[in-house]
Design a binder for this molecule. Structure first.
Ligand code: NAP
Ligand code: GLV
Length: 308
C-alpha cells in the first residue's frame, strides 16, 4: 500500500522506520516526493497545504497526525473520504502533564511571584490545599478526560463541561448551553480543551469571562481561534482575569509585535502542549492502515457535520 506522509515539523524517517516495522511492505512517500499520485491510498498528514489531498484520485483514508482536525476541515477541497484523528497515549499523557504544570503554576502562585520579582517585591503568600483550587475543563474528550483524572489525583477540585452529559469519577460535570454558567461560576482556573468547530469558535469571549470568578486564570491549549483576543486583553486589564497561559494562537507563529508577546499577564508557549511520539503513535496509525487494508471499521472517525 502506498501512503503519503506530510508533516513538515516531524521526523518523517522515524515514522517510516516505525511503520515499516509494523507493516512490512508499506511504501511511505514523504512529501514533496510523492511519485504517482494515483498509487496513494492513504494520507498521514498534519497541516497539509489546502488542495494537496484533492490531487490523490484513489485516496481512501485521511489519517490526521494531530488530535484536532479543524485545519483539515477548513480545506474546502478536502476529499470526501474517511477522516480519522489521532488518539495516542503519548499525546494524551503529554497534554495532561502540560495542563498539570500550568495548573500548579497558578495554584502555587508562581505567576504572582514572577510579577512581584519584576517589581522587586517580597510577596510572601502560602498556598491553600489543592482542593481549594477549582479547575474547570472545557472539553471532556480523550484529552480533557485524562487531564481531569490527573488533576483529581493531585487533589484539585475538578469540574468539566462537554456537549453531551458525562459522568467522570472525581469530576463534577456539566453539559451544553444550560450547564455553562454553573460550570464557569466555580472555575478558578479554566482550561480550554475543546476542538475548534463552528460552535466553539470564539467561545473564550467577554461573556464567558464575565461568568468566571473575579481574578480567574485561563489556560488555552485548544486552538487560538477559541479565543477572542481583544476580550482577553480587556479582561486582564479590568482584573476579571488575573493571568492567561496560551499555547495556541489564531496566527502561528504569533507575529512579532503582537500585544500578547510583552503582556505581563500572559505566558506564551509555541503550540507544544501535546505531541505524538512516532514510536508510540505509530501503533494507532498502523492499526487504522491495517483496518483499511482488511476492510474493517476505522477508529476515531471524525463526524464532519459536528466538526470533531
Ligand atoms: P475529543 O476527544 O474529540 O473531545 C472533544 C470534547 O469537546 C468532547 O468532550 C466534546 O463533547 C467537547 N465539545 C465539542 N464541542 C463542544 C461544544 N460545542 N460544547 C461543549 N463541549 C463540546 O478531542 P480531544 O482529543 O480531547 O482534543 C481536543 C482538542 O485539543 C483538539 O481538537 C485540539 O484542538 C486540541 N489539542 C491541542 C494540542 C496542543 O498541543 N495545544 C494538542 C492536541 C490537541 P462530547 O463529549 O459531548 O462530544
Ligand atoms: C495539536 O494541536 C493536535 O491537534 O494534535
Amino acid at each position: 500500500m502506498a501512503v503519503l506522509f506530510h508533516s513538515p515539523d516531524e521526523d518523517a524517517h522515524a515514522w517510516r522506520r516505525a511503520l515499516e516495522a509494523r507493516l512490512p511492505g508499506i511504501e511511505l512517500r514523504i512529501s514533496p516526493e510523492i511519485g504517482d499520485p494515483a498509487g496513494i491510498e492513504a494520507a498521514l498528514v498534519w497541516r497539509p497545504p489546502p488542495g494537496m489531498l484533492r490531487t490523490l484520485p484513489n485516496l481512501r483514508l485521511i489519517q490526521s497526525l494531530g488530535a484536532g482536525v479543524d485545519g483539515l476541515l477548513a480545506d474546502p477541497s478536502l476529499p470526501e473520504v474517511p477522516l480519522c484523528r489521532l488518539v495516542d497515549g503519548s499525546m494524551t499523557r503529554s497534554m495532561s502533564e502540560f495542563v498539570l504544570a500550568l495548573v500548579l503554576k497558578y495554584h502555587r502562585r508562581l505567576d504572582l511571584f514572577a510579577r512581584a520579582q519584576r517589581a522587586g517585591t517580597w510577596a510572601f503568600e502560602l498556598p491553600a490545599l489543592p482542593a481549594a483550587t477549582r479547575v474547570g475543563i472545557m472539553g471532556l474528550g480523550e484529552l480533557g478526560t485524562h487531564a481531569a483524572g490527573v488533576l483529581a489525583a493531585q487533589g484539585f477540585t475538578v469540574r468539566g463541561w462537554s456537549r453531551g452529559a458525562k459522568e467522570l469519577p472525581g469530576c463534577t460535570t456539566f453539559a451544553g448551553a444550560d450547564g455553562l454558567t454553573p460550570f464557569l461560576t466555580g472555575s478558578d482556573i479554566l482550561v480550554c480543551l475543546l476542538p475548534l468547530t463552528a460552535a466553539t469558535r470564539g467561545v473564550l469571549d467577554a461573556r464567558l469571562f464575565a461568568g468566571l470568578p473575579e481574578g480567574a486564570r485561563l489556560i488555552n491549549v485548544g486552538r487560538g481561534a477559541h479565543l477572542v483576543e481583544r476580550d482577553l486583553l480587556a479582561a486582564l486589564e479590568s482584573g476579571r482575569l488575573a493571568h492567561a497561559s496560551l499555547d495556541c494562537f489564531a496566527e502561528e507563529p504569533l507575529p512579532p509585535g503582537h500585544p500578547f508577546w510583552s503582556h505581563p499577564g500572559i505566558d506564551i508557549t509555541p503550540h507544544v502542549a501535546a505531541f505524538a511520539d512516532p514510536d508510540s503513535a505509530v501503533d494507532a496509525v498502523a492499526d487504522n492502515l491495517r483496518r483499511l487494508r482488511d476492510g474493517r471499521p476505522l477508529l476515531h472517525l471524525v463526524d464532519r457535520a459536528r466538526g470533531y
